[in-house]
Design a protein. Structure first.
Length: 403
């Protein structure tokens, strides 16, 4: 694409939460000469707007009256505030990219798209309804109430109404086609890597920084607040510890109380290290202390319909990963020698972990492979080139200029 674009992205997340996908795309698009504005939710403001800039990306924080998990795109006041803002600020945008289709993203996006005849693209970042993440990220009562219906309604209803769709996982491509989306209007763009930001660091340097043991194996599990399917890791750790009594499991982010209880149940309190929330500067130094990484993937719809962004971090940091042959992770491991795939059992997981600990040279080679894959196939600079081409295809379709 030769002509620079003025792009509006709309997300239901906040600057200090996790909106890495929209920001990662925007950051790279700005490097390519485009202008990008992101509407996001203010973490605290209830009235008025804040404007800021991050990596050359213009950020507009919009007010929200709700709190906690509800402050994630459901507030009618936020919807109205965004529509008012877009109606009264005369910025000209060439296209709108809407991240997820919750009320505070899809209604303002559709309003501006219809008003100014701008093509609208939506992004589908996870499998939520129909046995998706709502089954594990929501209270038990939630799955059998009107709230679950509402969440599924907003996840699905507007996909075929937009001019284009970006998805993070192959299973969501199939689901979108079943909802009536034209396959030619779908771009599969997985989570990318930040190889320009993160380099490969030595384990010794990282362990000294993080004040972790210099001797003995360390297994890494990196996340901010999503610690899915961890029970198999805890049970596998019991078996690994029989051969490697000094083994440690490092878990980053805000782990739920259930994870702490699992460790206590198996008497692993002295082997599990909870780092808590880490800054973007601390995160690679903590994870870089690990010999290998873990990515448990149960055979459930929510895992088929997602791309765990942690795999991008794992590859970038140049260590091998033990995971399961599920969804796009299965395809990744089949195409590239970056780790080992285990069956869904603690015994199989432990076996793969022990193999890598017993064969450090093989583990090192897998780690080198992983870094090369991160650089040559999954770097955001490469993925955003595909996104630019997709934008061009959508803009060249006059029939997609209204929704």
């Amino acid at each position: 694409m030769n002509e620079p674009l003025n792009i509006l992205m709309i997300t239901h997340k906040s600057k200090f939460g996790s909106f890495a996908r929209s920001h990662a795309m925007a950051r790279q698009l700005v490097k390519h000469g485009h202008k990008v504005t992101i509407l996001l939710i203010s973490p605290t403001r209830r009235f008025g707007f804040d404007e800021d800039e991050w990596d050359g990306v213009r950020l507009i924080e919009t007010p929200d009256l709700l709190w906690g998990r509800l402050r994630t795109g459901w507030d009618p006041w936020n919807v109205l505030s965004r529509i008012w803002y877009l109606n009264n600020h005369k910025d000209h945008y060439d296209l709108i990219h809407c991240f997820e289709t919750r009320p505070c993203t899809i209604y303002p996006a559709r309003f501006l798209s219809a008003k100014n005849h701008i093509p609208l693209i939506t992004d589908w970042n996870d499998w939520w309804g129909h046995h998706g993440l709502t089954e594990i990220n929501r209270p038990g009562w939630y799955r059998f109430t009107f709230f679950n219906f509402i969440e599924t309604y907003y996840e699905e209803t507007f996909r075929a109404c937009a001019g284009g769709l970006t998805v993070i996982a192959s299973a969501l491509v199939e689901r979108a086609i079943n909802l009536g989306v034209d396959p030619e209007l779908i771009l599969h763009i997985p989570g990318g890597t930040f190889t320009d930001k993160y380099g490969v660091k030595s384990k010794e340097e990282c362990r000294i920084f993080a004040k972790l043991p210099l001797e003995g194996p360390i297994l890494g599990f990196g996340s901010a607040d999503s610690h899915l399917d961890m029970e198999i890791i805890i049970e596998a750790l019991v078996l690994v510890a029989k051969k490697y009594p000094c083994v440690k499991l490092l878990i980053t982010g805000k782990a739920k109380p259930e994870i702490h209880k699992m460790a206590a149940k198996f008497n692993l309190e002295d082997k599990v290290i909870f780092s808590g929330f880490l800054t973007s500067e601390e995160f690679p130094l903590y994870l870089g202390a690990a010999d290998l990484y873990l990515l448990p993937m149960a055979d459930r719809p929510y895992n088929h319909g997602r791309w765990p962004n942690k795999i991008g971090d794992y590859m970038t940091f140049g260590r091998p990963t033990v995971s399961n042959p599920i969804g796009d992770i299965k395809t990744l491991f089949e195409q590239h020698e970056i780790g080992l795939m285990a069956e869904w059992s603690p015994e199989s997981f432990a076996e793969k972990i022990i193999y890598l600990l017993d064969h450090p040279e093989a583990a090192e080679q897998l780690g080198r492979n992983a870094r090369l894959v991160a650089e040559n196939e999954y770097d955001w600079a490469i993925l955003v080139r595909q996104l630019e081409q997709f934008y061009g295809r959508i803009l060249n379709r006059p029939d997609l200029l209204t929704v």
